[in-house]
Design a protein around this ligand. Structure first.
Ligand code: DP6
Length: 402
């Protein structure tokens, strides 16, 4: 245990994960992280999936440092540096505006950053979005910076800019070369569609896949489908998606979500050499969803997949219990029966023989590790542990990183 006298400030904030229903794939500027197309996402509830970041600043710190999920990481990574540099620049600008209230105590001090996710890393869920959104937001509270910050979060990870807002969020492509108009914007608040529910089906992953940053670089270089998608297709898909969300038309929302996910994975296949993010189980889930919807002659459930085999399912509250039972039946858990469904509780209902027959798939034992049941929710939360510039006693510092 190290005891360090800390004379500084400590702030803790948490930020949510978001799931794109119109995918971002491809950059026109790798440095500033400017996309080749606009995208649109749903921000998820923080009770089930969130990043929590605590940042301390003190004149006793010799250098900036960061710990992620308990392990020290390299603070010199360029994306971390971009966010730190940009937040300090904004803080200096504010403190230099002549208003003494804007004097920032910790600006000349080094920071120690500690970030943890409440969901297992093994889940293979993208944590860069909630991670960078949380880093930027916590720095903004520490340095007293207000205003539009999605452009800073974007420079950590593209999808992070959308986690700065709750509800339904678009990331506008923007036109400027400096990226100042490539920002996230709320389309509808989280209260807009309370019946919408989300299931994360965590697929048993056998191997590590190609990360989104390098995957999209290869796609931009080699895929003519990506070019066509970005130039001709996405803007129409964005308009239709916004209309579906505004009118709470689940059938249109679900269909557009599935089509955009498939188009993104088609782009990956069109990449040379091709990138495969979907696994056999992912494809079985796709098939199950289509058979389920076909049985009811209605789109009741929709899937979307990011740069990995896990499925995110959107449905309405009224259809949730039956669909969860269907997943349980066709992907029976081998041992963790009790632990299979995490998050928000779901009523248990029977599944009819006619529905099972309509799906007509052989059950795949252990194909899905577990399900996280969640919904749409709020944006970033912050909590100041200690007021500005309070004196912290010995021992506190070690607690912080436990
Ligand atoms: C498939 O935001 O992780 O999840 O900007 O290089 O950090 P970088 O990529 P990242 O890519 C996300 C890709 C996606 C689609 C999406 O979230 O829009």
């Amino acid at each position: 245990t190290i005891f360090i006298m800390l004379d500084g400030t400590v702030i803790t904030c948490s930020a949510p994960v978001n799931i794109a229903v119109i995918k971002y794939w491809g950059k026109r500027d790798d440095e500033l992280i400017l996309p080749v197309n606009s995208s649109l996402s749903v921000t998820l509830h923080q009770d089930q999936l969130k990043t929590t970041t605590t940042i301390a600043c003190s004149r006793d710190f010799q250098e900036d440092r960061i710990w992620i999920n308990g392990r020290e990481e390299d603070i010199n990574q360029s994306r971390l540096q971009s966010c730190l540099r940009e937040m300090r620049r904004l803080a200096r600008k504010r403190s230099g505006d002549g208003d003494p209230a804007h004097g920032v105590a910790g600006l000349s001090h080094k920071v120690h950053i500690c970030s943890v996710n409440n969901f297992p890393t093994a889940a293979g869920l993208a944590s860069s979005a909630s991670g960078y959104a949380c880093l930027v937001y916590t720095l903004s509270r520490l340095f007293g910076v207000e205003g539009e910050l999605s452009a800073v979060a974007r420079q950590g990870s593209g999808s992070a800019c959308r986690s700065m807002y709750g509800g339904f969020v678009q990331w506008k492509i923007g036109e400027r070369a400096d990226g100042k108009d490539s920002l996230a914007e709320q389309v509808q608040p989280e209260t807009h569609w309370p019946e919408l529910r989300v299931l994360v089906l965590v697929v048993n992953a056998q191997r590590k896949h190609i990360g989104s940053t390098s995957g999209m670089q290869t796609s931009v270089k080699t895929s003519s489908l990506l070019k066509h998608r970005a130039e001709c297709l996405v803007s129409g898909q964005m308009d239709k998606m916004m209309r579906a969300i505004n009118t709470k038309d689940f059938s249109a929302f679900g269909e557009l979500t599935m089509q955009d996910s498939n188009q993104f994975h088609a782009t990956c296949l069109d990449t040379y050499p091709p990138i495969f993010y979907l696994s056999d189980v992912s494809r079985q889930i796709i098939n199950l969803v289509h058979c389920y919807n076909h049985h009811y002659r209605e789109i009741k459930v929709a899937y979307t997949f990011d740069a990995g085999p896990n499925a995110v399912i959107f449905t309405l509250q009224e259809h949730l219990p039956e669909f969860v039972q269907v997943v349980r039946y066709f992907f029976p858990p081998e041992s963790n029966e009790e632990q299979f469904l995490k998050g928000l509780s779901v009523d248990s209902v029977p599944v009819s023989e006619s529905l099972k027959a309509a799906i007509g798939m052989e059950p795949v034992a252990n194909g899905i590790s577990y399900i996280i049941s969640t919904k749409v929710k709020v944006h970033i939360l912050s909590k100041s542990l200690f007021p500005h510039s309070c004196k912290l006693g010995p021992g506190f510092y070690s607690d912080l990183y436990l």
